[in-house]
Ligand binder design. Sequence first.
Ligand SMILES: C=C(O[C@@H]1CC(C(=O)O)=C[C@@H](OP(=O)(O)O)[C@H]1O)C(=O)O
Length: 412
Amino acid sequence: MLNLQHSARAGPACRSRATTRKLCVSVSAAGSTYGNNFRVTTFGESHGKGVGCVIDGVPPRLAITEDEIQLELDRRKPGQSIITTPRKEDDIAEILSGVVDGVTLGTPIAIVVRNKDQKSQDYSEMSVAYRPSHADATYDFKYGIRAVAGGGRSSARETIGRVAAGAVAKKLLKVIGDTEILAYVSKVRDIGCSVDNGAFTLEDVESNIVRCPDQAAAQKMIDAINEVRTRGESCGGEVTCVVRRCPKGLGSPVFDKLEAELAKAMLSLPATKGFEIGSGFAGAAMVGSEHNDEFYIDEQGRVRTRTNRSGGVQGGLSNGEDIVIRVAFKPTSTIGIKQNTVTRDGQATELRARGRHDPCVVPRAVPMVESMVALVLADQLLQHYAQCELLPRDGAVGADPTVTRQFAHGRA
Ligand SMILES: C=C(O[C@@H]1CC(C(=O)O)=C[C@@H](OP(=O)(O)O)[C@H]1O)C(=O)O
């Protein structure tokens, strides 16, 4: 039985039958699992005992170590620089199952990170009043209860499970197709940058604390974040992600088109408000002959496109060109500026939030974006092999010889 309340008032105080419509529906398991083949469930709250993930469907005999997972978690962890939340966590990953002597068994992989530096007293005002534009209010509307301290699962801390699972997915994609997934901060407020999407490296991204390979722009971005931070304010930005050497044919028409899956994955990250692929919204102003990516055959006999306004996806399927996406993140909603809000029992009030928060989420969002892209691609890779690579092909020029040959020879 599901109660749909039409009023914005919620919680135990609001149980009026007059405002309640009752529907009989079957309630399915909700929200914390992504993927059908490479299937990831994240668990844990920001101020609970720990957070992590369970990954089911990882192929057996994949080499993966805790160090490889830790490398990604270190890029995501709080307290890493002056422009991130000062909460101090080491975020040490423990693999509990599914891996023996650094090799996957094909059984569920469980990874846990224990929480250590919770300061739950910072949330006393927020137990009474909702933070404007935070998940506080909507979690209460939906569930009638919420983990006040740290925001529970609405905290960016939940993304630890995604990043840990993403490290495994990245490794799988690297081994199968030498696929590389790299993201960087491409905008903070209105400060953009100039980066060659075909050439930047992980070292370029990690060469400064804001994670923008354009050093001059990076300094302006850092200054802008510091300026809002010292005022108790926050600001937004954009992350660009590039996938190099993505196998052709990933994505599943019609509802699971690759860009649809990528959009869902990106917009499931905290604080996201926009998604673009290839030409994105700018494509709406072009004519067809400007926008189309003309085909040609390269020196290795592969079907390529000369331009990449499609962003590596055509007809919902990867075409082998670089996948290029952009994700917009809003300003962090928890700020140290007094704002109007309401209490849980319906009184107008003001709130100046205390606690430790990111003045801008994009520097730490970089590994989160890469991880979610990896989860989408790994899931679609397994789906593709399950359906499309069992029977021989007729040698059409569009087939992907690299990936198909590796698979056929069992080198994965
Ligand atoms: C702890 C992390 O980020 C947190 C994200 C966050 C929020 O509201 O999203 C609020 C803060 O939590 P706390 O008040 O417990 O310090 C951040 O520090 C993390 O990402 O690991």
